[in-house]
Ligand binder design. Structure first.
Ligand code: DGL
Length: 288
């Protein structure tokens, strides 16, 4: 593959629409870049499907973005895919700069005054060796209470589709169940004063989660940190695209889905203010 130029797009993918929360931050940090986003909504959720499935999907998507869109870098905007597949992706595409996303345990440990942090993530993430390593790394002076949230990413995934009203009430019910399973939130000793959103979908349920944990609890997500890290890896490689005219900004983004196009269009409109014409349906070959 010839070396990409700085005007090539950055590939971003997630199991579905959750990674749009990361794309929001990428747009803010890197306003002159072109982005190609792939939502694997036809195969979401990843979090309850096991590593083999996530490996296969992640590899198929990374290869597709490389071959069809000549991406210059890849942002894995999915905690579950990062936990399961980023070493594999780096091994298969060694010359493609890559950034993954992980639950923000380190910033949470630094921020927490009660030294008790709640973490919501998918089952795939919470059961991964990578997450166990993160806990061991940052758990010395901080207690992390961790909850695997089966069904929550899928409910959020459906929140812009044909069953939006039902999905919204399911999202509320699951958020209530999982935050209360974690324990008591607040700023008094022993309480959780910090909540880590360890899945990119959960950012879109932030208002509901805020109403459940109260106004004093710090909610931490990783979009901005991932966007800064993307800048950090592009800059020294001479791959930063600095000078596009701002008026082409909106047109520099293409969103694709393996699922229902209207659901992606609604999500793009609601969260990124992008028109339906910037979304497309795509079908991908399975990874061998
Ligand atoms: N958005 C994803 C994450 O950050 C995955 C959700 C899922 O598909 O289960 O983990």
């Amino acid at each position: 593959m010839p070396s990409p130029s700085s005007s090539a797009p950055i590939g971003v993918f997630d199991s579905g629409i959750g990674g749009l929360s990361v794309l929001q931050a990428l747009r803010a940090e890197l306003p002159h870049e072109r982005f190609i986003y792939l939502a694997d909504s036809g195969n979401a959720p990843y979090g309850e499907k096991g590593d083999g499935f996530v490996h296969q999907r992640s590899l198929a998507i990374a290869r597709h973005l490389r071959q069809e869109h000549a991406i210059k870098a890849l942002v894995v905007a999915c905690n579950t895919a990062t936990a399961a597949a980023i070493p594999l992706l780096r091994g298969e595409l060694p010359d493609l700069p890559m950034v993954g996303v992980e639950p923000a345990l380190k910033p949470a440990a630094i921020a927490s005054r009660t030294h008790h942090v709640g973490v919501l993530a998918t089952r795939g993430t919470t059961q991964s060796a990578r997450f166990a390593h993160l806990l061991a790394l940052h758990g010395e002076h901080t207690r992390f209470s961790v909850q695997a949230c089966d069904g929550l990413a899928q409910a959020i995934e459906k929140s812009t589709g044909a069953e939006a009203a039902e999905a919204a009430s399911k999202t509320r019910a699951l958020c209530a169940r999982y935050t209360s399973a974690l324990g008591v939130f607040g700023t008094e000793s022993g309480m959780m004063d910090t909540l880590v959103l360890g899945c990119t979908h959960y950012v879109f349920a932030q208002d509901v989660l805020r109403s459940l944990v109260g106004p004093e609890v710090r909610i931490i997500e990783t979009g901005a940190a991932v966007a800064r890290q993307t800048r950090r890896i592009l800059e020294p490689a001479g791959l930063l695209h600095e000078e596009a005219a701002p008026e082409v900004h909106a047109r520099n983004i293409l969103l694709c889905t393996t699922g229902a196009l209207p659901a992606l269009q609604a999500a793009a409109q609601r969260w990124l203010a992008l028109p339906p014409g910037q979304c497309a349906a795509v079908s991908l070959p399975q990874a061998p």
